[in-house]
Design a protein around this ligand. Structure first.
Ligand code: SF4
Ligand code: SF4
Length: 273
Protein backbone atom coordinates (compact mmCIF):
# COMPACT_ATOMS: atom_id res chain seq x y z
CA UNK A 1 0.00 0.00 0.00
CA UNK A 2 1.33 3.45 -0.90
CA UNK A 3 1.88 6.11 1.74
CA UNK A 4 0.94 9.66 0.62
CA UNK A 5 1.27 8.45 -2.96
CA UNK A 6 4.83 7.19 -2.34
CA UNK A 7 5.13 3.58 -3.57
CA UNK A 8 5.84 0.79 -1.08
CA UNK A 9 9.31 0.20 -2.49
CA UNK A 10 10.28 3.78 -1.69
CA UNK A 11 8.64 3.73 1.73
CA UNK A 12 10.84 0.72 2.50
CA UNK A 13 13.88 2.64 1.24
CA UNK A 14 13.02 5.57 3.53
CA UNK A 15 12.75 3.12 6.45
CA UNK A 16 16.11 1.54 5.63
CA UNK A 17 17.84 4.93 5.30
CA UNK A 18 16.54 6.11 8.66
CA UNK A 19 17.30 2.76 10.32
CA UNK A 20 20.92 2.82 9.11
CA UNK A 21 21.34 6.38 10.38
CA UNK A 22 19.76 5.51 13.76
CA UNK A 23 21.90 2.36 14.00
CA UNK A 24 25.01 4.55 13.76
CA UNK A 25 23.74 6.39 16.86
CA UNK A 26 22.96 3.18 18.74
CA UNK A 27 26.52 2.03 18.03
CA UNK A 28 28.01 5.19 19.53
CA UNK A 29 29.17 3.40 22.73
CA UNK A 30 31.30 1.22 20.44
CA UNK A 31 32.42 3.86 17.93
CA UNK A 32 32.87 6.95 20.14
CA UNK A 33 36.69 6.75 20.15
CA UNK A 34 36.89 6.09 16.41
CA UNK A 35 35.26 9.48 15.73
CA UNK A 36 37.24 11.35 18.40
CA UNK A 37 39.48 14.21 17.20
CA UNK A 38 41.00 14.26 20.69
CA UNK A 39 42.34 10.70 20.26
CA UNK A 40 43.85 11.64 16.89
CA UNK A 41 45.77 14.51 18.50
CA UNK A 42 46.72 12.56 21.64
CA UNK A 43 47.93 9.68 19.45
CA UNK A 44 50.01 11.94 17.21
CA UNK A 45 51.72 13.55 20.20
CA UNK A 46 52.66 10.00 21.29
CA UNK A 47 53.83 9.00 17.78
CA UNK A 48 50.71 6.93 17.06
CA UNK A 49 48.16 6.98 14.26
CA UNK A 50 44.94 6.10 16.09
CA UNK A 51 41.84 4.55 14.53
CA UNK A 52 40.09 7.93 14.53
CA UNK A 53 42.79 9.30 12.23
CA UNK A 54 41.75 6.77 9.59
CA UNK A 55 38.05 7.49 10.13
CA UNK A 56 38.64 11.20 9.57
CA UNK A 57 40.82 10.45 6.54
CA UNK A 58 38.04 8.13 5.31
CA UNK A 59 35.55 10.98 5.64
CA UNK A 60 37.71 13.11 3.40
CA UNK A 61 38.38 10.34 0.83
CA UNK A 62 34.73 9.23 0.76
CA UNK A 63 33.86 12.79 -0.29
CA UNK A 64 35.72 12.21 -3.56
CA UNK A 65 33.29 9.53 -4.74
CA UNK A 66 30.26 9.74 -2.45
CA UNK A 67 29.91 13.40 -1.58
CA UNK A 68 28.69 13.78 2.00
CA UNK A 69 26.91 10.40 2.13
CA UNK A 70 28.97 9.46 5.22
CA UNK A 71 27.05 12.17 7.11
CA UNK A 72 23.76 10.50 6.17
CA UNK A 73 24.68 6.89 6.79
CA UNK A 74 27.77 6.45 8.96
CA UNK A 75 28.19 9.38 11.32
CA UNK A 76 26.71 8.63 14.79
CA UNK A 77 26.16 12.34 15.39
CA UNK A 78 24.24 12.47 12.09
CA UNK A 79 22.21 9.57 13.53
CA UNK A 80 21.54 11.72 16.58
CA UNK A 81 20.25 14.50 14.31
CA UNK A 82 18.01 11.98 12.53
CA UNK A 83 16.60 10.82 15.86
CA UNK A 84 15.92 14.36 17.05
CA UNK A 85 14.27 15.29 13.76
CA UNK A 86 12.02 12.23 13.97
CA UNK A 87 11.07 13.37 17.47
CA UNK A 88 10.65 17.14 17.04
CA UNK A 89 9.95 17.68 13.30
CA UNK A 90 11.24 21.18 13.87
CA UNK A 91 12.13 23.11 10.68
CA UNK A 92 15.61 24.59 10.41
CA UNK A 93 15.91 28.19 11.56
CA UNK A 94 18.62 29.88 9.50
CA UNK A 95 21.19 31.64 11.71
CA UNK A 96 23.61 33.36 9.36
CA UNK A 97 26.24 34.29 11.95
CA UNK A 98 26.55 30.64 13.11
CA UNK A 99 27.55 29.44 9.64
CA UNK A 100 31.32 30.10 10.00
CA UNK A 101 31.54 28.22 13.33
CA UNK A 102 32.13 24.74 11.88
CA UNK A 103 34.81 26.11 9.55
CA UNK A 104 36.62 27.76 12.46
CA UNK A 105 36.40 24.53 14.49
CA UNK A 106 37.69 22.50 11.53
CA UNK A 107 40.69 24.81 11.11
CA UNK A 108 41.51 24.56 14.84
CA UNK A 109 41.24 20.74 14.86
CA UNK A 110 43.25 20.39 11.64
CA UNK A 111 45.98 22.69 12.96
CA UNK A 112 46.25 20.54 16.10
CA UNK A 113 46.42 17.42 13.90
CA UNK A 114 48.80 18.70 11.23
CA UNK A 115 51.37 20.17 13.65
CA UNK A 116 52.33 16.86 15.37
CA UNK A 117 51.73 14.94 12.12
CA UNK A 118 54.30 16.99 10.20
CA UNK A 119 56.68 17.02 13.16
CA UNK A 120 56.72 13.25 13.55
CA UNK A 121 56.19 12.15 9.92
CA UNK A 122 57.85 8.84 9.15
CA UNK A 123 58.14 7.65 12.75
CA UNK A 124 54.47 7.00 13.45
CA UNK A 125 53.13 3.71 14.68
CA UNK A 126 49.75 2.56 13.36
CA UNK A 127 47.50 1.57 16.28
CA UNK A 128 43.82 1.43 15.21
CA UNK A 129 42.86 0.43 18.78
CA UNK A 130 44.88 3.17 20.48
CA UNK A 131 43.31 3.69 23.96
CA UNK A 132 40.47 1.38 22.83
CA UNK A 133 42.13 -1.96 23.45
CA UNK A 134 38.81 -3.60 24.25
CA UNK A 135 37.41 -2.48 20.84
CA UNK A 136 34.34 -1.00 22.59
CA UNK A 137 34.93 2.71 23.29
CA UNK A 138 32.69 3.10 26.34
CA UNK A 139 34.07 0.56 28.80
CA UNK A 140 33.65 2.35 32.12
CA UNK A 141 31.22 4.70 33.86
CA UNK A 142 33.40 7.76 33.33
CA UNK A 143 33.31 7.32 29.55
CA UNK A 144 29.57 6.60 29.69
CA UNK A 145 29.00 9.92 31.46
CA UNK A 146 31.22 11.70 28.92
CA UNK A 147 29.22 10.17 26.05
CA UNK A 148 25.90 11.22 27.57
CA UNK A 149 27.18 14.79 28.12
CA UNK A 150 28.40 14.91 24.50
CA UNK A 151 25.04 13.68 23.20
CA UNK A 152 23.21 16.30 25.29
CA UNK A 153 25.52 19.09 24.06
CA UNK A 154 25.10 18.05 20.42
CA UNK A 155 21.33 17.99 20.89
CA UNK A 156 21.09 21.62 21.96
CA UNK A 157 21.38 23.21 18.50
CA UNK A 158 18.74 21.02 16.79
CA UNK A 159 16.39 21.45 19.74
CA UNK A 160 16.78 25.24 19.53
CA UNK A 161 17.18 25.80 15.81
CA UNK A 162 15.64 22.72 14.19
CA UNK A 163 16.46 20.05 11.66
CA UNK A 164 20.13 18.98 11.65
CA UNK A 165 21.31 22.31 13.07
CA UNK A 166 24.45 20.65 14.45
CA UNK A 167 25.39 19.51 10.92
CA UNK A 168 24.75 23.01 9.56
CA UNK A 169 26.47 25.06 12.24
CA UNK A 170 28.84 22.99 14.36
CA UNK A 171 30.25 19.83 12.81
CA UNK A 172 33.92 20.13 11.76
CA UNK A 173 33.90 16.63 10.24
CA UNK A 174 31.45 17.82 7.59
CA UNK A 175 34.19 20.08 6.26
CA UNK A 176 36.28 17.02 5.42
CA UNK A 177 33.86 15.33 3.05
CA UNK A 178 32.73 18.70 1.70
CA UNK A 179 36.39 19.39 0.82
CA UNK A 180 36.64 15.87 -0.65
CA UNK A 181 33.56 16.38 -2.81
CA UNK A 182 34.78 19.77 -4.03
CA UNK A 183 38.21 18.36 -4.94
CA UNK A 184 36.49 15.42 -6.64
CA UNK A 185 34.49 17.87 -8.73
CA UNK A 186 37.59 19.84 -9.65
CA UNK A 187 39.31 16.63 -10.74
CA UNK A 188 36.09 15.47 -12.44
CA UNK A 189 36.12 12.16 -10.54
CA UNK A 190 32.93 10.12 -11.10
CA UNK A 191 30.88 10.18 -7.92
CA UNK A 192 27.47 9.79 -6.35
CA UNK A 193 25.37 12.80 -7.30
CA UNK A 194 21.85 14.05 -7.86
CA UNK A 195 20.49 14.30 -11.37
CA UNK A 196 17.44 16.27 -12.41
CA UNK A 197 15.06 16.48 -15.32
CA UNK A 198 13.15 19.74 -14.96
CA UNK A 199 10.72 18.75 -17.73
CA UNK A 200 9.33 16.05 -15.40
CA UNK A 201 8.96 18.35 -12.39
CA UNK A 202 5.37 19.29 -11.48
CA UNK A 203 6.50 21.75 -8.77
CA UNK A 204 4.77 19.84 -5.97
CA UNK A 205 7.54 20.79 -3.50
CA UNK A 206 7.65 17.34 -1.86
CA UNK A 207 11.42 17.15 -2.38
CA UNK A 208 12.05 20.46 -0.60
CA UNK A 209 9.80 19.47 2.30
CA UNK A 210 11.54 16.09 2.61
CA UNK A 211 15.10 17.40 2.30
CA UNK A 212 17.14 16.32 5.29
CA UNK A 213 19.29 19.44 5.00
CA UNK A 214 16.41 21.87 4.34
CA UNK A 215 17.55 22.72 0.81
CA UNK A 216 15.20 24.10 -1.80
CA UNK A 217 15.44 21.01 -3.99
CA UNK A 218 12.52 22.10 -6.19
CA UNK A 219 14.46 25.22 -7.18
CA UNK A 220 17.61 23.16 -7.69
CA UNK A 221 15.68 20.88 -10.07
CA UNK A 222 14.14 23.81 -11.93
CA UNK A 223 17.54 25.46 -12.41
CA UNK A 224 19.44 22.22 -13.12
CA UNK A 225 21.95 23.21 -10.43
CA UNK A 226 22.01 20.00 -8.42
CA UNK A 227 25.31 20.35 -6.57
CA UNK A 228 25.08 21.84 -3.11
CA UNK A 229 27.83 21.60 -0.49
CA UNK A 230 25.20 21.02 2.23
CA UNK A 231 23.63 18.04 0.40
CA UNK A 232 24.44 14.83 2.29
CA UNK A 233 23.31 12.51 -0.53
CA UNK A 234 20.70 10.92 1.69
CA UNK A 235 18.29 10.47 -1.22
CA UNK A 236 15.23 11.67 0.73
CA UNK A 237 14.26 14.00 -2.13
CA UNK A 238 14.50 11.18 -4.69
CA UNK A 239 12.38 8.91 -2.49
CA UNK A 240 9.41 11.30 -2.47
CA UNK A 241 9.56 12.59 -6.05
CA UNK A 242 6.78 10.71 -7.76
CA UNK A 243 7.57 12.00 -11.25
CA UNK A 244 11.23 10.95 -11.29
CA UNK A 245 12.43 14.52 -11.80
CA UNK A 246 15.25 14.02 -9.29
CA UNK A 247 17.28 10.82 -8.98
CA UNK A 248 20.60 9.74 -7.53
CA UNK A 249 23.21 8.50 -9.98
CA UNK A 250 26.91 7.83 -10.26
CA UNK A 251 28.76 9.92 -12.80
CA UNK A 252 31.06 12.80 -13.61
CA UNK A 253 30.35 16.41 -12.58
CA UNK A 254 28.16 18.11 -15.15
CA UNK A 255 25.75 15.19 -15.46
CA UNK A 256 23.42 16.61 -12.78
CA UNK A 257 20.91 18.28 -15.04
CA UNK A 258 20.54 21.12 -17.47
CA UNK A 259 23.83 23.07 -17.38
CA UNK A 260 23.94 26.69 -16.24
CA UNK A 261 23.33 29.08 -19.17
CA UNK A 262 26.90 30.42 -19.09
CA UNK A 263 28.33 26.89 -19.17
CA UNK A 264 29.96 27.25 -15.75
CA UNK A 265 29.79 24.63 -13.01
CA UNK A 266 26.54 24.97 -11.09
CA UNK A 267 27.00 27.00 -7.94
CA UNK A 268 25.54 26.47 -4.47
CA UNK A 269 22.04 27.68 -4.04
CA UNK A 270 20.40 27.94 -0.64
CA UNK A 271 16.81 27.89 0.36
CA UNK A 272 17.56 30.39 3.12
CA UNK A 273 19.90 33.21 2.08
S1 SF4 B 1 11.45 17.43 -8.26
FE1 SF4 B 1 9.77 15.97 -7.88
S2 SF4 B 1 9.21 16.22 -5.72
FE2 SF4 B 1 10.45 18.02 -6.31
S3 SF4 B 1 8.95 19.61 -6.92
FE3 SF4 B 1 9.55 18.50 -8.80
S4 SF4 B 1 8.04 16.85 -9.02
FE4 SF4 B 1 7.85 17.61 -6.89
S1 SF4 C 1 19.05 17.47 -1.66
FE1 SF4 C 1 18.19 15.37 -1.51
S2 SF4 C 1 19.97 14.04 -1.21
FE2 SF4 C 1 20.63 16.17 -0.73
S3 SF4 C 1 20.34 16.40 1.47
FE3 SF4 C 1 18.46 17.13 0.50
S4 SF4 C 1 17.12 15.29 0.47
FE4 SF4 C 1 19.20 14.56 0.87
Amino acid sequence: MALNGVPDRRVRRIGIRKSVSLASLVLLPVTLNYFSPYLIIDGLFHGVLAGAFFVWAGFFLSGLIAGRAACAYICPYGGLQTALDEWTHKPLRPITHLKPVRYVLAVIWLAFILYPLLKSAGVLQVQPLYLTEGIVSVDNWGKAVFMVVLVVLLSILPLLFGKRATCHYLCPMSILNTAGSRIGRLLRIPSLRLKSDSSKCVSCGSCSRACTMSLDVREMVKSGRMYHSDCIMCGACTEVCRSGAVVRCFGRPGSEGRPAPNGEEPEDERKQA
